[in-house]
Design a protein around this ligand. Structure first.
Ligand SMILES: [Zn+2]
Length: 617
């Protein structure tokens, strides 16, 4: 158990029910839960649909609904209290175990030893390595049921858990407690924000997404799903903590390698130092893929990418070794790989994609998706479908030759036609990565909710973005000021109040008057751009120093989201599911008739309970 972190959480009354996935463990206080189990307390919730079998007997997930602490219940004629750690017997035929991180890992082995095709844990199975949607899970337990619902309704496995680590998730809870998290520059805010800005830890999120698959019986559907450790940074300043990154991402069944830290560091190799046979292999493979590279360009590219490729290979060996050490079944060790190159400056040329893929092949790294840069802006449709088709066709010619799918990063908020082009050109051999979209969907759900608490949260959230936008519009930093002003002007223009920049920003009072004349709406660009920072802002304060706060102040703020009403939760879940249906239909990942059926079912789902019930089937 993460004793140090759990002690901190308990001392500050930060409990799993209202602050899930912070601790790697899903039980913070085992002595208390053990006592509750012994006394059969009324708060105990038995998740009946979670039932599954291993050689040890029948397992069920149990929860203290007051605290959110979880335990595993094992039923057998003579249950082994040594099946997992810290077990206690309860009568002749039952044993209980805390839902600790270590027990989760052990359980994965028990489950796969008994049933290698089990889909309780994320895997690399099914169609996941060929075509999928990457679904960033910003609100964890509020979010996963929606993805489970969509997977069931479509009969389609998805990348059902995804976030960038360490950017969005806390990569190491001890580093967090020690105040040693690094910061991420956000030029449009004119500030650095501590990484892990959503508050959950990578292990806590890995744990939560598995428990979620059990609670409503998703695992009975036997649909393989994956967990993508997104944008794993290679090289540069991340060298020193690569072992911690590998450790934290142990349950990820899909790794995205992001070479940009090493490339940004500007290291270069000399052609003479790279193995001749490997270079020859790459040259031949690129030629076989139908590309001609002049020798100078080829050498320059190789020399610039080789240090990062070598580091990626080393990192990959570490991911594989960690899985081999922790998991016994081959199914439990397998993982998918994506090569992200969209962070490189400019549009990716087909030649670059080909050289990178040929290098991976020569290094013995099977790549499932590659993410070239297409010039996408987050949450903006690509303006020209003809040009988009031409760009993708060029990349697809290379990808097809290497039997690799295309990963579309910054993939949310594109038009239906954009997605149709992506699906048509690649034959749906693609992945659309979406993440920020779901914070927006939370805002829409709160905005639409009739619950007074949801409305209060929405108003405070909106106010937070108004204040950040106004402060940014008059900031000393030029980028921050320019971006803030463009967000405000966009909101004014789209609200039918086209404004003259000079007049709006004549002074702070005129800017405030203009923005306050707008009706509050989750459609305003300034709300969209700043919204994710509210989740962990200390006391919800719209100040740079309050952002990404990993103390009790930040987590109290985060708890507000987990206290929303059933109406808010249902609205959020439906919004996510509807968006996934939209993506699956337009990319061709699911047949239109099936999507139409799912959409009708979604629209007629009356309650959160009915939504959850549909997951189990
Ligand atoms: Zn990327």
């Amino acid at each position: 158990m993460s004793i140090r972190l759990n002690t901190f959480l308990l001392q500050n009354d930060i409990r799993i029910r209202t602050n899930p996935c912070v601790s790697p463990d899903f039980c913070l206080d085992w002595p208390a839960l053990r006592a509750l189990l012994a006394s059969k307390g009324t708060n105990l919730k038995i998740w009946e649909a979670s039932r599954f079998t291993t050689a040890h007997g029948e397992w069920t997930l149990v929860e203290d609904s007051a605290s959110g602490d979880h335990a595993w219940r094992l039923e057998a004629s003579a249950p082994a209290v040594s099946a997992l750690a810290d077990g206690v017997a309860s009568g002749a035929h039952t044993a209980f175990f805390p839902a600790s991180w270590a027990n989760l890992l052990a359980l994965k082995n028990h489950i796969l030893a008994h049933d290698p095709a089990a889909t309780i844990f994320p895997s690399a199975g099914g169609n996941l390595g060929r075509g999928t949607l990457g679904v960033g899970a910003r609100f964890t337990t509020l979010h996963w049921p929606a993805v489970e619902w969509a997977m069931c309704a479509l009969g389609l496995g998805l990348t059902a858990n995804q976030n960038s680590i360490p950017r969005e998730l806390v990569y190491d809870v001890d580093a967090m407690l020690d105040g040693k998290l690094d910061t991420v520059p956000f030029p449009f805010i004119g500030a650095n924000v501590p990484e892990g800005h959503q508050g959950q830890s990578v292990e806590g999120m890995s744990h939560g997404c598995v428990l979620s698959k059990l609670k409503n019986g998703f695992h009975h559907r036997r649909i393989a799903w994956s967990f993508n450790a997104d944008h794993q940074p290679i090289g540069g300043k991340f060298d020193v903590r690569e072992d911690a990154l590998v450790r934290g991402c142990l349950l990820a069944s899909y790794i995205t390698f992001d070479l940009s830290p090493e490339l940004a560091a500007g290291t270069r190799a000399r052609l003479a130092d790279i193995d001749d046979a490997l270079v020859a292999k790459v040259r031949a493979r690129v030629a076989a893929a139908g590309l001609t590279l002049d020798e100078t360009a080829f050498t320059a590219l190789l020399e610039s990418v080789w240090p990062s490729m070598a580091k990626m290979k080393r990192r990959d060996e570490k991911y594989a070794a960690a899985r081999a050490a922790a998991f016994s079944a081959p199914e439990g060790r397998a993982y998918l790989r994506e090569l992200s190159i969209d962070e490189l400056p400019g549009l990716t040329t087909p030649e670059t994609t080909a050289v990178m893929l040929a290098l991976c092949e020569a290094l013995g790294m099977k790549i499932h998706f590659v993410a070239p840069a297409f010039g996408f802006q987050k949450n903006m449709p690509y303006p020209d479908n003809v040009a988009l088709r031409a760009l993708i066709e060029k990349q697809w010619a290379v990808c097809r030759a290497f039997e690799v799918g295309i990963g579309f990063h910054s993939g949310s908020g594109k038009s239906a036609e954009n997605y149709q082009v992506m699906g048509a050109v690649t034959g749906s051999r693609l992945e659309i990565k979406t993440s920020g979209r779901y914070t927006y969907e939370m805002g829409r759900a709160l905005f639409a909710s009739r619950d007074a608490g949801d409305q209060a949260l929405w108003r405070d959230w909106y106010r937070f973005t108004v204040e950040l936008a106004l402060a940014g519009a008059f900031a000393a930093d030029a980028t921050e000021r320019k971006m803030a002003r463009s967000f405000i002007l966009d909101a004014l223009a789209k609200s039918g109040a086209p404004a003259v920049e000079a007049a709006v920003f004549a002074d702070a009072a005129s800017a405030r008057a203009a923005i306050e004349a707008l009706p509050a709406s989750p459609e305003h660009m300034f709300w969209f751009e700043y919204n994710f920072l509210y989740v962990l802002a200390a006391d919800g304060r719209a100040e740079k120093s309050a952002l990404g706060d990993h103390t009790a102040d930040g987590y109290r703020q985060r708890a507000r989201f987990y206290a929303i009403s059933e109406e808010g939760r249902l609205g959020f879940a439906k919004n996510i599911a509807a968006y996934l249906l939209f993506l699956a239909e337009n990319t061709g990942l699911a047949p239109a008739a099936r999507v139409a059926e799912a959409r009708a079912k979604l629209e007629s789902t009356p309650t959160l309970a009915a939504f959850h019930a549909a997951i189990g089937g």
